[in-house]
Design a protein around this ligand. Structure first.
Ligand SMILES: Cc1cc2nc3c(=O)[nH]c(=O)nc-3n(C[C@H](O)[C@H](O)[C@H](O)COP(=O)(O)O)c2cc1C
Length: 361
C-alpha cells in the first residue's frame, strides 16, 4: 500500500507506531514495527542523551529499516515554592500509604533538549518527531540539512499551520481520543479536544504536507477511514501499548485489555499537563485539588515517587495508565501480528468497498 508518506519515509505500510515515552517503546517494539514494514518510533522525551544513544544503537542492531525518535519540546513553566509545598501536603497521604518518604526533593530541572537533539543528529536517525510545541528554526534546519525527516504534532488547524510554516515534513493530527499527553501548544487543552474524525480532514484541507491521523485508531478499519479522510498514514499508540514487545508495566497491559471505551478520562493530576488515561482512584481523589496543580514538568516530578512505588507494589490505582478510547479493540499480540492483521483487514476492506457502488451504464 503506497501513499505520499510511505514513499517519502521508504516504508512498506502507512502505519506508524506512536512514540510512547516512559518505557513502552522498547528497542524490541520499535524494531519489530519497522521490520514488519511500518515505522517504529522511540519515545525519548524522558531519556537522557546517553540513554537515547544507547536505545538508538540497540534499535539499529535489531533492524536496518527506518525508525523515528520523538522528543518533548520544552515549555516555560511557572515554579512556585508555595504551590509545590501545598501539593506535597496533598500527595503525602499516598506516600504514607505506599511506605515512601514524604516531601521528596525536586530534581533541578536541567533542560537537556539541545543535547537530546544532538544525539538524534549524530546518530542520523531517519525520522525526528516532536510534541508539546515547535523547536527552534535552528533545530528544524539542522535536521533537514542532515536528511532527517521532521514530524510535528498538532491538535488544531492553527497548530498544524504553524508547524507547516516552521518547515516540518509531515504533521501528526492528534485527535481527542488519543492516549497519553495532549500535544496542544497554541490553545488550552480544553479548547483543543477535537476528535480525529473532525480534525484530520480540516488539517488536510489547510496544509500541504502529509498528515498522519492519530487517536483511537486500532486496526485496519481505522486505517482505511483515515486514508478516506485524506491522511497519508496513521499513528497507533494504545494498540501497540498492549503488544508483547511493549515495555508497559504488566498491570498497565492487563488494564488496557480489560477496559472499555468509556474507561478513560483526560487528567492533569499526574503530570500537570492534560493526558488521557484509564480512570484511577488517584485521578478521582485528586479532583478536589483542581486549580492548584503545579505546571508540567513540576507535577510530573512530584508524583514520580508515588507512581514508581505503586508500580512496584502492584497497585494500578496510583499508577498513570495512559490509554486512548479504542481500548476494547486492544489485543494481546506481537507487534508483527498487529501490523499484519491491520494491513490484511485494510486491504480486504478497500477491495470490498468497491461493491458499495453500483455503476450504471
Ligand atoms: C503511554 C503513551 C505514551 C505516549 N507518549 C508520547 C510521546 O512521548 N510523544 C508523543 O508525541 N506522543 C505520545 N503519546 C501519544 C501518541 O503519540 C498518540 O497520539 C496516541 O497514542 C494516539 O492515540 P491512541 O493511543 O488511541 O492510538 C503517548 C501515548 C501513550 C498511550
Amino acid at each position: 500500500m503506497e501513499t505520499e508518506l510511505t514513499r517519502k519515509l521508504k516504508i512498506q505500510y502507512p502505519i506508524l507506531q506512536a512514540p510512547m515515552a516512559g518505557g513502552p517503546t522498547t528497542p524490541d517494539l520499535v524494531a519489530a514495527v519497522s521490520n514488519a514494514g511500518g515505522l517504529g518510533s522511540l519515545g525519548a522525551g524522558y531519556l537522557t542523551p546517553e540513554q537515547i544513544r544507547h536505545a538508538v544503537r540497540e534499535i539499529k542492531q535489531r533492524t536496518d529499516q527506518p525508525f523515528g525518535v520523538n522528543l518533548f519540546v520544552p515549555e516555560p513553566s511557572v515554579r512556585s515554592e508555595e504551590s509545590i509545598a501545598a501539593m506535597n501536603r496533598c500527595l503525602d497521604r499516598y506516600r504514607k500509604e505506599l511506605g515512601i518518604s514524604s516531601d521528596p526533593m525536586l530534581p533541578a530541572f536541567v533542560d537537556t533538549f539541545e543535547e537530546q537533539v544532538q544525539v538524534v543528529l549524530e546518530e542520523k536517525v531517519a525520522v525526528f518527531s516532536f510534541t508539546f510545541g515547535i523547536p527552534s528554526q535552528n533545530v528544524i534546519n539542522a535536521m533537514s540539512r542532515n536528511g532527517i525527516f521532521v514530524i510535528g504534532t498538532a491538535t488544531t488547524v492553527e497548530e498544524a499551520i504553524a508547524l507547516e510554516h516552521a518547515g516540518v515534513d509531515a504533521i501528526t493530527a492528534q485527535g481527542s481520543e488519543a492516549g497519553g499527553h495532549r500535544g496542544s501548544f497554541l490553545t488550552s487543552d480544553a479548547d483543543a479536544r477535537i476528535g480525529t474524525m473532525a480534525l484530520v480532514p480540516q488539517i488536510v484541507d489547510q496544509t500541504s504536507v502529509p498528515v498522519i491521523a492519530s487517536g483511537g485508531i486500532m486496526d485496519g478499519r481505522g486505517l482505511v477511514a483515515s486514508l478516506a479522510l485524506g491522511a497519508s498514514a496513521v499513528q497507533m499508540g494504545t494498540a501497540f501499548l498492549a503488544s508483547r514487545e511493549s515495555g508497559a508495566h504488566a498491570l498497565h497491559k492487563q488494564k488496557i485489555l480489560a477496559s472499555n471505551e468509556d474507561s478513560t478520562e483526560v487528567t492533569i493530576f499526574y503530570s500537570g499537563k492534560a493526558a488521557r488515561g484509564i480512570l484511577t482512584d488517584f485521578m478521582r481523589e485528586m479532583r478536589q485539588y483542581e486549580g492548584t496543580v503545579p505546571d508540567y514538568p513540576i507535577q510530573h516530578a512530584l508524583t514520580t515517587d508515588i507512581r514508581r512505588a505503586a508500580a512496584q507494589a502492584g497497585n494500578p490505582e496510583y499508577m498513570s495508565l495512559w490509554a486512548g478510547q479504542g481500548l476494547r479493540l486492544a489485543q494481546d499480540l506481537t507487534a508483527a501480528e498487529i501490523m499484519k492483521q491491520s494491513m490484511d483487514q485494510a486491504i480486504l476492506l478497500i477491495r470490498s468497498m468497491g461493491s458499495l457502488v453500483t455503476v450504471e451504464e
